[in-house]
Each structure stands twice: as C-alpha cells, then as structure tokens.
Write a new protein. Structure first.
Lengths: 238, 238
C-alpha cells in the first residue's frame, strides 16, 4: 500500500487539475499552479519533475507496488494468474478515486503530450509484468516470446475494461469488468490451479497412418481449459 | 508499396543520422542537418514535422500501407492470420535496410524522446490492427476485448522477434524469426484454414451430476489447436 501522501502534494494536484480543466493543459503554467496552491515553485519540483507528471501523480507509487508484489512471488504462484493480480493493483488505483480518474481520462484524450506520457507509463507496467514472466519462463522454449505476448495481453485486457469504465464516466463495477477481461487472458494462457475434471486414456492402434489414437472422455460442463490441459498432458506437449 | 522517395528527403535522413551518431541527437539542430544536406530549413519542414520524425522516416508510409492492406480484406481472410500478415509489412520495412534499422535502434535506446516517439508509433500500428479486428468481431461476445488482446499479442510477438534481430546487429533471418513468433499467436487465436483432423460425437447420459458426456477421439498427431477447435464446437462455446 502507498504511504500517506503529503498535503502539499495533494494541494498541487488539486490546483493543477482545476486549472487544466478551466484553461486547458497547455495554457496552464507551473507558476499558475503554485500560485493557486499557495506554495513556491521549488515545492512543485520537489514532488513532480514536470507538468506532465502532476497529471499522473500515483503511477510511480503504483509501479513500485507492482514491482514489490511481483518480487514477493514464489514458485507456488501460477505465473499468469500472478501478473493478472499485479495488473489489478493499477485498477485499484483508478477505482479509488473515480471522479479524478474520469477527469484525467478526458484530459489525456485532449492533450497529445499527455497521451504520449500515458503510453510510456503503460509501457513500464507492461515491462514489469514481462520481466517477471521472463524469469518464470526462463529455460522454457520461447520463454521470452511467451512472456512478452502474455504481458501485452494482460495489459490490453486490463485497459480494455478500464477504458470502457472511464468512458462511461466511472459508472458500474470496474473491478468486475477487469476481472472478466483478465479471465479471458487466464483461460487462454494460465495453467489451472486444481486438478482436471476430465478422464482420459490412450486407446489401442488407430486407423490410418499416424496410428495412435487418443480417446478423451469429458463431462460436457467441464471448463474448456481443463479439458485442454488434460489433452496437453496426454499428447505430451508443453 | 510506398512511392519513390524524393532525393532531398533521403539526403535529409542521411545527413541527420550522420550527425546524430557523431554528436548525439540532442546536440544536433535542424540547422545543422540542413547545412550538411545543402538545403534550406523550409525543405526540412516540408518533409518532417519535427526532428523526431526524421528518425522514423518510413513509418507514416508503412502505416498507410497497413491500413490499405486491412481495408482490402474480405470475409475469406481469417482475421487473426490477416493481422499477422499486416504486421509483416512493418518487418519488411525494417529488413529492407538492416544497417539503418540497427543504427536507429541503438539511437532510440539512448534518447528518451525517441523512445517515447517510438511508443506512439507502435501504438498507432496496434490501434490499426485492433480496429480491423473489432470490425471483424463485431456482434461477437467480448468482440472488442478479443480484438484488443489479439492486436496487442501480435504487436508484442512481432516486436519480440524484431528486437532480438536488431540487438544481434541485423544478423540472421528476421523474416523467419517473425514468422515463428507470429505462429505462436496464430496457434493461440486463429481459426484453422482447413477442416479439423479429429472426429468426435456426444455419448449418452454420463455418470454423476452434470450428466452429459463428450467423447472425443483424436489421432495423437493431430495439432492441438484442431482438437481444441473441435472441442469448442462440440461444447458449443465460442
């Protein structure tokens, strides 16, 4: 969890957003912001390297939380589920303050410089997830490829749900929407946590060339990924 | 295919890269570039909106090619395969001039402003792929989610292979590496082009609660994705 934020920092963020919305981002200077917040220029730059940074005041903290969360993982954590849980830390930050998040979303759509800044932030989250997965997949065939693709899929799913929620002005359950989106990625890539609900066994010599036949018996209501995992095991493929 | 490029434009790119590598990107001005190329400032800005743009002189053309390629698609094109083919247009641009691509890759690693510019370019490619898939998946459950996730997966796979090739100084077969990476995405998401090689059929009432049982008979050498697709059909899931 992030530490308590200094009141001056919060005052700077509040002043900046009030001015950005009233006058526009480009038309607002750091001097305008510190004047409204009633502090000096040096206070601003103590907390924010640039005017862009004040628009995303919580991302550095969230990135640090995510990195710590991933570093605290053990072999007992299924890696794809773990990066999905890490992505939920970002959602939590947005959902803590829906009104602020919606304001920022609108502002970011209007200002190209903020759009570029946001892309670089998203890229850093994606790299944090990918680096963790690369570690977990080390030594596996196509380990870095799988890590990069899954990290990108997690970020895209998270952002698809997050942006729908922001476009709807923060109405509805953002957590449920993100859970649904991440479940799509987990179903595709994660190894199941519990035992498969299907039974299977190889049959005798089969028809035609290639010979060997697999007969898989599954309950119709078994989750598809469980059936697929069982198939992978039977077919002895990764 | 892009139209032939004006010689002045090529001369500006060559002069800019020579200076970027000799002096650094930040230390080179547009005035330096036009002086070396022997043209006026207005010529520079006729071709490039900014100093950053001269580093990526072919992306606008490539993005236009990609958009046209996707717009020329029909219902006969399997959508995931189609976006993979669209991504190959980007690889082709890089592979046309390996020495230039490797130089640019090194430069982009060193200059944060170019890194941000590159992220915005990659984002535009990804949006072009996602918009196409959103159209193809319109009306399907989770159509926009699937579109966004698959577009991100394609871009991540492409860039994983492209960057490995660039880091190895452009040695080896970039096309083969990208094909391998994109095949991973296609195997995960694409519908097969030909008929499944498995046979299956529902069985009578099965044991226990949930009742209904599926028996799937497959040759052991059938590709896993074909078995999974057949399972999806039998289980009546998307």
């Amino acid at each position: 969890m992030p530490a308590a934020r200094p009141p001056i920092r919060d005052a700077l963020v509040a002043a900046a957003f009030r001015l950005f919305l009233e006058r526009g981002f480009e038309q607002t200077t750091v001097d305008d912001i510190v004047a409204l917040a009633g502090v000096g220029r040096r206070s601003f730059f103590r907390y924010f390297p640039s005017k862009e940074d004040v628009v995303f005041p919580d991302h550095e903290g969230c990135l640090a939380d995510m990195t710590a969360f991933l570093a605290a993982s053990g072999p007992e954590h299924e890696p794809v589920r773990r990066v999905c849980d890490a992505a939920r830390l970002v959602l939590r930050m947005y959902a803590e303050n829906p009104a602020f998040s919606v304001q920022r979303y609108r502002l970011t759509r209007q200002v190209p410089g903020l759009r570029a800044y946001e892309l670089s932030v998203v890229w850093r989250y994606e790299r944090a997830l990918a680096e963790y997965l690369r570690g977990r997949f080390a030594g596996r065939p196509d380990g870095t490829l799988r890590a990069d693709v899954i990290a990108a899929a997690v970020v895209a799913a998270h952002n698809n749900a997050l942006r729908s929620w922001l476009r709807s002005d923060g109405v509805g359950d953002a957590g449920a929407a993100v859970d649904h989106a991440l479940a799509y990625v987990q179903t595709t890539y994660a190894r199941p946590a519990d035992a498969p609900a299907v039974r299977s066994g190889p049959a005798g010599p089969g028809p035609g060339p290639g010979g060997d036949v697999v007969v898989l018996v599954s309950r119709r209501d078994a989750p598809l990924w469980r059936v697929v995992q069982e198939l992978e095991t039977v077919l002895e493929r990764p």
